[in-house]
Design a protein around this ligand. Structure first.
Ligand SMILES: C[S@@+](CC[C@H](N)C(=O)[O-])C[C@H]1O[C@@H](n2cnc3c(N)ncnc32)[C@H](O)[C@@H]1O
Length: 187
């Protein structure tokens, strides 16, 4: 796959490691994404959104305006033409212009390595709350690097039921599932 990392080279860097762990989880975890509506937040290279599209989902792949040109070109380069209409690249800066996204319209919200800037935590949580309905499943792959990362998980737990559904000890990457209410059901 001619995947372009942010330095322009055709390889995956350690930056995409958390996305790789969540992609592997989606591919092997028995989650049926066929015809499900998915949004990816803070997509970066778009790897996760591309894999979700390849797994059959209709995916809105988002990031800040500054990241979109690179993201769009990666999506175009890595999806077969028949699947390209199923992946839409859109600007979504957390907490901003959320009305551009219908509330509660997505089955899954995906994010890889998006919990790292404390100044964005409130806006990220606001965005998740806007996008999430009772049926929406949030999946976040995270590496807990600093105390502030626990702070976000605590904030998340204040609004959603949060469970760790996978831990990759070789890469030290956690996958958390969050849902409104007290869901404990499987995917
Ligand atoms: C560490 S990178 C992770 C990229 C990708 N998900 C991955 O795993 O390779 C964090 C991403 O979050 C995005 N981001 C940071 N702050 C943001 C904000 N306030 N609103 C939307 N996206 C943001 C960045 O542009 C970047 O693409």
């Amino acid at each position: 796959m001619p995947f372009r990392a942010q330095n322009g080279s055709f390889c995956l860097s350690c930056q995409e490691l958390l996305a790789v762990v969540l992609c592997t989880f989606l591919e092997s975890g028995g989650i049926d994404l066929r015809d499900r509506s998915v949004i990816e937040l803070g997509a970066g290279t778009g790897l996760l959104g591309i894999v979700a599209t390849l797994l059959g989902a209709r995916v809105t792949i988002t990031d800040r305006a500054v990241a979109l040109e690179f993201l769009e070109s990666n999506v175009q380069a890595n999806l077969p033409s028949a699947l390209r209409p199923r992946a839409v690249v859109k600007e979504l800066t957390w907490g901003k212009d959320l009305d551009n996204f219908p509330p509660g319209a997505f089955d899954f919200i995906l994010g890889a390595d998006i919990v790292y800037l404390e100044e964005t935590f409130a806006e990220l949580l606001q965005t998740l709350e806007h996008l999430c309905s009772e049926r929406t499943v949030i999946l976040l792959s995270c590496r807990i690097r600093y105390e502030r990362d626990h702070k976000f998980l605590k904030m998340l737990g204040g609004r959603f039921s949060v469970y760790e559904v996978h831990y990759d000890s070789s890469k030290d990457v956690h996958i958390y599932k969050a849902q409104r209410g007290s869901h404990k059901d499987d995917f």
